[in-house]
Design a protein around this ligand. Structure first.
Ligand SMILES: *[C@@H]1O[C@H](CO)[C@@H](O)[C@H](O)[C@H]1NC(C)=O
Ligand SMILES: *[C@@H]1O[C@H](CO)[C@@H](O)[C@H](O)[C@H]1NC(C)=O
Ligand SMILES: *[C@@H]1O[C@H](CO)[C@@H](O)[C@H](O)[C@H]1NC(C)=O
Ligand SMILES: *[C@@H]1O[C@H](CO)[C@@H](O)[C@H](O)[C@H]1NC(C)=O
Ligand SMILES: *[C@@H]1O[C@H](CO)[C@@H](O)[C@H](O)[C@H]1NC(C)=O
Ligand SMILES: *[C@@H]1O[C@H](CO)[C@@H](O)[C@H](O)[C@H]1NC(C)=O
Ligand SMILES: *[C@@H]1O[C@H](CO)[C@@H](O)[C@H](O)[C@H]1NC(C)=O
Ligand SMILES: *[C@@H]1O[C@H](CO)[C@@H](O)[C@H](O)[C@H]1NC(C)=O
Ligand SMILES: *[C@@H]1O[C@H](CO)[C@@H](O)[C@H](O)[C@H]1NC(C)=O
Ligand SMILES: *[C@@H]1O[C@H](CO)[C@@H](O)[C@H](O)[C@H]1NC(C)=O
Ligand SMILES: *[C@@H]1O[C@H](CO)[C@@H](O)[C@H](O)[C@H]1NC(C)=O
Ligand SMILES: *[C@@H]1O[C@H](CO)[C@@H](O)[C@H](O)[C@H]1NC(C)=O
Length: 536
């Protein structure tokens, strides 16, 4: 280093050496941090005013002369020069310049100053490596949800840099990743949606404080969790078919490809998965296949198939209604895909007229069946053909139902009369039996108890009282033999009969009600007949 440079005399250096060591112990020193390739100026002490003769040395194993204000002593290298008559200016620093420097100033007295020069380098290029699933055409990285992603970051720097990873999720502030690690590598084992964002590697030179960072955006993609679902719907006009492929829940949205099966003729590729087909593209039994493709989904995509079918219609061919009653026609549609529109029509005119719901017509639909209820049938108006029409874009099917409207037979009236007569007979019979056999009555009372407790309780109680009263009366008769007792006995006997009659009547009423209830039940099934005989 000092080769080719004239060095001061050995004695001076030895003396200098001794002094140097002493001053250092006094601790008068300064520290300067320089940057590689840049210039640095080391001050000789912190003094203002006139300066004496200043000489700069480098204190390695031995002091090495660098530069002096004695113009007869040239500087050791052109990189070293003296500025402002005392400061050492070093150009284009290198790491080798790091070390302790000493300046020796001679004025009235001799003074020493020491400067510790540290040289920092970098950080330069920060190299980030993220082992993600793939890279989008625009360069953005993406990783599949649940996958493992390795992050590493390196940067050259002297002294070695501190490397930090920062993560910034969308719409939130950056946060240090991990706990202030200096490690430059880490692995995320199970990527999840909330780990999508910008990853920044920050390398800091702790000596110079200089830092550099590289930000990488990482998207976390996930395929839809379930299989796609195909469906076919009718558009309101009945003329077009809407094919829909649903495959939701993925990020980003998948792409859909509809093809005609089995030929595989491509209908279209789209982002929405919805296709409108006109009737010329449709035929009964045709199948359409939708293939959903997702960037991190199955390689061949996921698919579903929908088959379109024209409807089939089933109904009873004929139906009868009695004048003034209600009748319900049922139409069952099957096999239709997409589900058919069901209409009720009458063919009194050509074209047939669609029956609109009204107070006369009640139309109810449940799934693929429809019922038409005609209220208050009239022969002139309602007899005739009814048409149930099922229609979807693939086809139309119709079925004719013949409704005949008849005058009701008054069977109900005859039955009612017979039942009334029977009941009357039964009532008389029960009355007689009760009168002659109270024990039988008691049994009857037991059986009837469930139906009407109140009535039976009255009956049984009065019966028991009756027996007691009779016994008492008999005793009193023997003892007193008065005529007064005859009269109440008669009254009680009549009272007994009266009550029994009342009971039987009450039960007859009940039985009558029960019968009516029974008739009501049957009327729901065979409304025409039983409702007719109500007024009887
Ligand atoms: C260093 O100093 C030299 C001359 O004194 C100058 O030409 C050069 O531009 C300086 N370099 C820097 C990086 O300041
Ligand atoms: C240098 O001198 C100035 C004022 O004289 C003082 O404020 C500063 O602290 C001194 N610096 C050192 C390193 O002694
Ligand atoms: C100067 O160098 C010598 C020898 O390497 C060392 O013992 C001494 O402490 C150094 N002085 C300073 C001020 O660094
Ligand atoms: C400058 O250096 C020369 C050569 O070493 C020496 O003769 C001269 O005395 C020095 N001047 C001063 C002022 O020290
Ligand atoms: C020299 O001193 C002047 C005034 O004290 C100062 O402004 C200037 O920056 C100094 N030059 C260097 C290279 O330190
Ligand atoms: C310079 O001196 C300081 C103490 O004053 C010491 O810690 C440091 O290691 C020295 N540097 C070199 C390069 O010797
Ligand atoms: C050094 O000498 C000059 C005159 O030569 C004088 O003015 C100054 O006060 C002296 N300084 C000290 C520290 O003695
Ligand atoms: C790259 O494309 C993706 C998806 O389209 C988008 O989210 C991302 O912001 C784009 N990145 C750049 C740098 O344009
Ligand atoms: C990391 O630790 C250092 C000191 O150990 C601290 O200065 C720094 O602020 C910390 N960084 C973060 C992000 O916590
Ligand atoms: C990442 O940073 C870029 C540029 O600052 C920004 O456009 C993008 O939205 C960020 N991405 C996320 C996920 O925050
Ligand atoms: C016919 O249906 C209507 C409405 O459901 C009902 O109010 C009416 O009582 C029914 N008529 C007969 C005779 O059942
Ligand atoms: C209604 O349809 C039936 C069965 O198809 C047919 O016999 C009848 O003639 C049609 N009536 C009219 C008025 O078109």
């Amino acid at each position: 280093m000092a080769a080719g440079v004239r060095v001061p005399e050995p004695q001076v250096l030895v003396c200098l050496w001794a002094l140097l060591t002493r001053w250092v112990v006094a601790g008068l020193e300064a520290a300067v941090i320089g940057e590689v390739q840049e210039n640095v100026t080391l001050l000789c002490g912190n003094i203002s005013g006139p300066r004496g003769l200043v000489t700069w040395y480098r204190n390695d194993s031995e002091p090495v002369f660098l530069v002096s204000s004695n113009s007869s002593l040239p500087s050791a290298q052109p990189r070293f020069c003296l500025v402002n008559a005392s400061s050492l200016h070093i150009e284009a620093l290198s790491l080798q310049d790091e070390g302790n420097y000493t300046c020796w100033e001679v004025l009235n007295e001799t003074r020493w100053f020491q400067v510790w020069l540290q040289v920092a380098r970098g950080p330069y290029e920060v190299e980030v490596n993220i082992s993600s699933t793939g890279r989008l055409p625009n360069g953005t990285l993406y990783a599949a949800k649940g996958s493992q992603v390795d992050f590493s970051c390196s940067s050259s720097s002297w002294p070695p840099p501190r490397v930090e990873w920062w993560f910034q999720a969308p719409d939130s502030s950056p946060e240090p990743f991990g706990n202030n690690m200096t490690a430059s590598c880490f692995t995320l084992l199970l990527m999840s949606q909330n780990l999508q964002g910008n990853y920044t590697c920050l390398a800091t030179n702790m000596l110079s404080g200089k830092h550099r960072k590289v930000t990488t955006e990482l998207l976390v993609y996930s395929p839809p969790p379930l299989a796609p679902e195909c469906s076919a719907e009718m558009s309101p006009g009945l003329l077009t078919l809407k094919l829909t492929c649903r495959w939701a829940g993925g990020y980003p949205d998948p792409e859909f490809l509809w093809t005609e099966e089995p030929a595989g003729v491509v209908v279209r590729t789209s982002k929405l998965g919805v296709e409108m087909l006109n009737q010329s593209q449709l035929s009964d039994g045709k199948k359409f296949k939708c293939v959903g493709r997702h960037i991190v989904g199955p390689e061949l995509g996921a698919s579903c198939v929908v088959q379109i079918r024209s409807p089939s219609v089933l109904s009873e061919p004929m139906k009868t209604c009695f004048v003034g009653s209600n009748v319900t026609l049922t139409c069952q549609v099957s096999g239709a895909s997409p589900p058919a529109q069901i209409l009720w029509l009458r063919n009194l005119t050509q074209p047939k007229t669609v029956i609109q719901p009204s107070s006369h017509y009640l139309i109810t639909r449940s799934g693929q069946s429809s019922t038409l209820t005609i209220r208050n049938c009239s022969q002139d108006l309602d007899e005739g053909y009814y048409v149930c029409r099922a229609e979807n874009p693939i086809g139309v099917r119709e079925v004719d139902i013949w409704l005949s409207v008849k005058e009701p037979l008054n069977i109900g009236g005859i039955v009612g009369t017979v039942v009334s007569l029977l009941l009357l007979g039964l009532a008389i019979l029960s009355g007689l039996m009760l009168y002659y056999s109270p024990m039988f009555c008691w049994k009857v009372g037991n059986t009837f108890r469930r139906q009407d407790m109140g009535d039976v309780m009255v009956l049984v109680d009065s019966e028991e009282e009756e027996v007691e009263e009779e016994e008492d009366a008999a005793e009193e008769e023997e003892e007193e033999a008065s005529d007064r007792e005859e009269f109440p006995r008669e009254i009680t006997k009549y009272g007994h009969i009266h009550r029994v009659t009342a009971l039987v009547n009450g039960n007859v009423d009940q039985m009558g009600n029960g019968l009516q209830a029974l008739q009501d039940d049957s009327s729901e099934q065979q409304s025409d007949i039983t409702q007719e005989d109500r007024p009887v």
